[in-house]
Unconditional design. Sequence first.
Lengths: 331, 208
Amino acid sequence: MTKLSSQRSPTFLIGAGGSGTAFAACAALRRYWNDRVRVIVIDTNPAYLVSSSILADKFFQVPPYAQESFPEKLCRIVESESISGYLPLFPLEIEIAASLKRSGSLPSRVELLAPSEQSSLITGDKYLTSEWLLENGLKGPRTCLGKPDFDAERYFIKPRMGAGSKNSRMFSRAELSKKTEREPLPSDRHSGYVIQECCEPPEVTIDVFNSVSGTSFRALCRERVEIKSGVSTKARVFEDSQLSAVARTLATKLGLHGAFCFQVMKFESDWYVMDINPRPGAGTAMCNPTGNDFFGAMFADRLLESTDRFFTPLIDPCFVTRQYSEFLMPL
Amino acid sequence: MSAAQIALDLDGTLISCEQKQISVLRYAAAGIAPVDLRKAWESKRNGCNTANALKLLGVSEDAAKAITTRWEENVENPCWLSLDTVFSDVRDTLLRLRHQGFHLSLITARKRKHWLTQQLSWLGLRNELTSVTVVNPANSIFEKSVILSLIKPIVFIGDTESDGEAAKRSGIPFHAVSTGQRSREFLKSRGFESCFGSLSDALKASLL
């Protein structure tokens, strides 16, 4: 019996409340457990700018994750609200949560829906991710720091610890050479960049569920047909056994349980792993209309409920589109 | 010989409505008045509409009106519709009935019928239904009774007293389910003795 499943009214803390992922997580909790669970949402913005606050029992505005005061504030909320399960979603938040858990700063009753501290570090840092892929015989783009140490026509520059393709762009060989002529690109973990070889479309996200016991597994592919602000708005959803096998390898070797996702692109004829997110994505909810609810399965697994009802085989590929919903926020 | 028809309501009969209604009420009441969501829902299950359920909880007339208006504006938006789930016995039951050769006619009261098709696809129900008819919620008893009189199903299954009234006016047998808007106690107090805890139980009672 997990700590969560033994409680009459478990309380879930959902981080990065302003994200689409947080909204989808809160919606899943309400959809399947209604008011039998308590939902607490945190975000660095005030409640009136955080849509998921309308699904929550309580909302707390917290300091930016990089600030020293964030862990202390987090621990106070965990204590005051008797949090039993915590889903951190922002990369740095995941890392901090994993570290607090390891150090015992988060009470033992709190089930952390996040990987180990080591896996959080690897998946949160694109340079460490590339090294890990290489060490584990998985294919990924060549990656370096500072200046290119391999020759290519084009390079893709992105933050080492970024999300949602923010501050990322392509450079030609000449452009990058000019940019790094005087000094290399910053390469420190939190504000530096990685230089990667460019891969080709399609860009596919694979949504994965791996139960804590490892006995239940599901992987579904979403080809990004259109993206807005780094989030998929049009997707082709399909099954693929090769990518499902990669998903299983990542889940096993990184100890990723619950729901997570990773991105692949093509390099020549191979799928290259571009990014690993130890949590579901903002686009993961696009699988819902196909009868595959990764968020629901993630929470059900922790509550020791069967996850069968959350998945449906996909016979043929299908297209899913999404539009925004508008909410008048209470002040 | 044309196939026998079974008429079915949607919200509260084939799919849930509780978690959506409670979530929308949470949103609608935020910033207007504190509301005990569980008690409000129980009042609705015992026969109240949204406004009266709020007033019973001590919410002022003006606040109840404001909350109800916002509730009604939102409850059929796709974002909130996505909180509905199919009851656990429904898919197998509908499949079984179709294999037995029954026509399954959905009759539902919705203001925004354009979102209904999407929701039925999302929930994987569209292909299980032979026909889908949407009536105006403001006139649901009359309009449902007209449809029922036309299609003459062998039974109509629904979760409210208005479903029952519609069946009565059209002379069609009615079985109530307590899985939705109204409690078993309320439905029985309104004379609907034939009240069941699930769709499959309601159909068994009709020897289906």
